[in-house]
Design a protein around this ligand. Sequence first.
Ligand SMILES: [Zn+2]
Length: 341
Amino acid sequence: MLSDFIARLPKAELHVHHVGSASPRIVSELAERHPGTVPSDPDELRRFFEFRDFAHFIEVYLAVVDLIRTPEDIRYLTHEVGREMATGQGLRYAELTCTPYTSVRPDRDDLGMPIEAYTEALEDARTAVERDFGLVLRWIYDIPGESGLPAADATLGYALDHRTDALVGFGLGGPEIGVPRPQFQPHFDAARAAGLHSVPHAGETTGPETVWHALRLLGAERVGHGTSSAQDASLLAHLAETGIPLEVCPSSNIATRAVARLEEHPIRAFRDAGVTITVNSDDPPMFNTTLNREYEIAADLLDLDESGVADLARTAVRVSFAEDAVKTRVLAEIDAYAANG
Ligand SMILES: [Zn+2]
C-alpha cells in the first residue's frame, strides 16, 4: 500500500505552523492548565476542532493562541508537536513557522511574555526534541500580516536582536486581502541582509500579482502556497526557471476555500510547468489532516508511485534551509528506505 510506504518514509516539512500544529491531545493539556474558553474533555475538544469553515478555523486558532501563556506552555507545545511529527509523520527535519508576536504581545500590558523567555523556551524544546525523538527543528519567524507594521517592526527585532542559531527564515502570514505585501519590503531587506531566508506566504487567497510582489519586493526564496501562480503562465515559467519552490498545502487550500475541490488543485499545473513542488500540512489538526495524508493526496493528484513519492520527500530536504550534514543524512535515509521499503 502506498499509504504504508508514505507513513514510514523519512520526511522533511517546510511549511507548518507552530501553534497550528497543536493537536487535540496537546490543546486538552493546555486547556486544563488554563481553564475557561476551551474544553479540556477529549470528546468535547474533538467536536470543537471539527473544521466547519474559515471563520471557525480562526476561532479555534485564536483560542489555542490564548492558551499559550507561559514559557512552560511554549516548552510543552513545542516538545509535544515534535513528538507527534517524529513518531506519527516520519519527520526527520522540520522548519516550524513561529509567530513570536502573538506570544510576546507588546501591544498588551496584561498579556504576553518577554521575548527572552519565549526564545529560551523554544530553544530548550528544540534541544529536547532532537535528543528525545531525533527530529531536527529549525525556526521561521513570521509577521502576522493582520497586525500590520507594528507587528512587522517587532518581529524583525525578535529575529535580529534575539536571534538563535536555529532561526533560519523570515516569513509573512495571516490574511492577504487588505494586507499589501510591498509595505513589508524594508523588513525583508533587513532580515535578508542579516542572512535570514525569505519565505513569505503569497498567492493563497489573492492573485498572482501577490506572488510577484513576494518574489520581486520581498526576495522570496520559497513561496508559501503560491496557489494562484497557476493563473499566470509567465509566473510559472519564472518559478520553473529560477527553481524557486512552492510550498503546497492541498488540504489547507480546500479548507480555506482557496481551491474549490481537490481535483481542481493546481499542483498538476505546477508540476507540468516544471515548478519545484514541496508538500506540506500547514495547520494539520485544524484542517483535519496530517503530513502523511498530504503526501497521499499529492500522490493521487500527480499519479505518483513509491519512487515518485520518495522524490517529493527528497525535494523537501534539498530546498530546505538545513545545514549540509543534515541534508546528507536525511537524503541517505530516504535512499535506503526507498531501496529496501
Ligand atoms: Zn501557512
